[in-house]
Design a protein around this ligand. Sequence first.
Ligand code: MG
Length: 260
Amino acid sequence: MIIIKTPEEIEILRKGGRHLAAVLHKVKEKIKPGISTKDLDDYAFKLINEMGDSPAFLNYRPAGAKVPFPASLCVSVNDEVVHGIPNKERILKEGDIVALDLGLKHKGLFTDMAFTVPVGKVSSSALKLMEVTEKALQVGINAAQAGNTVGDIGHAVESFVRAQKNSQQYGIVEVLSGHGVGRAIHEDPYIPNFGKKGKGEKLVPGMVIALEPMINNGTKNVTLDDDGYTFRTADSKNSAHFEHTILITENGPEILTKTF
Ligand code: MG
């Protein structure tokens, strides 16, 4: 069931979204060769607590998971697509690309955000992958207009990625998708990064959704590690992930996870 948020809830989500964006950008500033993914998680946890908020992913147990997620921040490096578990032994090095994904609970309501950043100097193909994925998110956001459907968003993202004309092959991850968010970290509707125009649920003002294209620099296929969380590309090529929490309004999409 799709939950339409009340004006009071929307105000809380706006504030929470700004907190989340502020935290994630501060964590980003820590990224450099030599830091562990656990250091990034510890820092995110500290910042969230200082704001009086709570991390949404820590101890979150998705349907079917054997154990709850053990960290605040998902840190997915290179071929890891999403849900990488922070680890003090996992040290970032020059040339890596790192996806940071964070959920935050502010006054009982959830927002969700992710981006992928380079560690030092990275390959031109990695830079292009991040650029294409970030633009794919923006294209998806632009399609998130009241009166459009979930399929219109997927169609826009898919068409944009398929239209890329360079020497790289891009795979759109299909087994993971965007989602409604707000009263829970994952709500209806399910929002794939591919689709058909006019299909799926209609977008109406007051809906809050997380859009999150995950684009691989090769096959769309992914595998799940034995830890039950880390998705990685089946061909070990890089993957990128960008996400914003969006409010559908009569005047177009409003990004809630922004720093201003
Ligand atoms: Mg999400």
